[in-house]
Design a protein around this ligand. Structure first.
Ligand SMILES: Cc1cc2nc3c(=O)[nH]c(=O)nc-3n(C[C@H](O)[C@H](O)[C@H](O)COP(=O)(O)OP(=O)(O)OC[C@H]3O[C@@H](n4cnc5c(N)ncnc54)[C@H](O)[C@@H]3O)c2cc1C
Length: 308
């Protein structure tokens, strides 16, 4: 039997991958989507989403299951598997999966997103999305007139502080070093704002709560090892993200942090390989922008297949 060659394999089932699936499915391209370890992507780990147009409020999990159903109904085949490696040295391209499949494809859309780095401390998982957040753009309005803590001292931390200081009563930044490492000019505004307190040389060791939401944290001074407890309404972890691109090593161009480098529009350094969402976009990092990129990658991919 001749080897089956997929027109497009989409890797990842977050907003970027599923939107690409909807577009290519509706265009009768019969895309195959490999959903990975986190079906539905990052949004399935949150509770309320209030910035998805058309839904004033929707649970993240529900939104993503709606999107998955939509992609399937549009003609996108979805399989539960994880990509371990891809070979782009010759066409058709080969996609290797954890369940030892070797799939061939004329084109690929990479939508594997990024993972927020976590602190790995007690209480972090328990209060995830119950006061513990990684996205001030998404969650700042929930903290109107509240006290919040930001963990970190780089550009992500000052950007989170910039969002939060417009809502919160007080913002406390806990930073492990002696001074902020952020280079973003926002840093100066943060340093001058009397609403923002910065506690240097300190790190979080514990998050505690009342079972429903986070209410306090324990911090430890790096030099004296002194510990103290701070009351809080929210904890924003801003210690960076890691793009999910390990399986792409030596196959396409990545930047120094591992994000995919886009060439023209959504094209990568390999012909017929496109990228969409947080896997290349370290600036906007929103569901709507990931979906937008998914749409763009699908249209670019369709054009590429049409030219072939
Ligand atoms: C707690 C939290 C709350 C958030 N709240 C909001 C919000 O309210 N509003 C908003 O707009 N944004 C929010 N965001 C941000 C938003 O979730 C992301 O910007 C968006 O999900 C990015 O979409 P994506 O499709 O690029 O990637 P992701 O959602 O990260 O999805 C990546 C997908 O790739 C798959 N994958 C990874 N590696 C592999 C592999 N090797 N093989 C196969 N598949 C793989 C995963 O299983 C997953 O399905 C939030 C994020 C978090 C973490």
């Amino acid at each position: 039997m001749p080897e089956k060659i997929e027109k497009t394999i989409i890797i990842g089932s977050g907003p970027a991958g599923l939107t690409a699936g909807i577009y290519l499915g509706r265009a009768k391209q019969k895309p195959l989507l490999i959903e990975g370890r986190q079906p539905g992507g990052q949004l399935t780990t949150t509770t309320k989403v209030e910035n998805w147009p058309g839904d004033k409020e929707i649970q993240g999990f529900k939104l993503m299951m709606n999107m998955k159903e939509h992609a399937k109904n549009s003609g996108c085949e979805i399989i539960s598997d994880t990509v371990t490696k891809i070979d782009l040295s010759k066409k058709p391209y080969t996609v290797f999966t954890k369940s030892e499949k070797e799939l061939k494809a004329e084109s690929i859309i990479i939508a594997t997103g990024a993972t927020h780095k976590k602190l790995g401390i007690p209480g972090e998982e328990e209060y995830w999305s119950k006061g513990v957040s990684v996205c001030a753009t998404c969650d700042a309005p929930f903290f109107q007139d509240k006290n919040v803590i930001i963990v970190g001292g780089g550009d992500s931390a000052v950007t989170e502080a910039e969002h939060l200081r417009n809502f919160a009563k007080k913002v406390t930044i806990i930073h492990i070093l002696e001074e902020l490492t952020a280079t973003d000019p926002i840093k100066d505004k943060i340093l001058e704002d009397p609403k923002v307190e910065i506690i240097y040389n300190s790190t979080l060791t514990k998050i505690e709560g009342d079972g429903e939401k986070a209410t306090k944290v324990e911090i430890e001074h790096q030099k004296t090892n002194d510990k103290k407890t701070l009351e809080t309404d929210g904890v924003f972890i801003a210690i960076g993200m890691k793009p999910n691109t390990e399986f792409l090593k030596d196959q396409i161009e990545l930047d120094e942090y591992g994000y995919i480098i886009l060439k023209e529009k959504t094209s990568t350094s390999k012909e017929g390989v496109f990228a969409a969402g947080d896997v290349h976009d370290y600036v906007y990092k929103q569901a709507i922008t990931a979906s937008g990129f998914g749409c763009m990658a699908a249209l670019d991919c369709q054009k590429y297949l049409g030219k072939k």
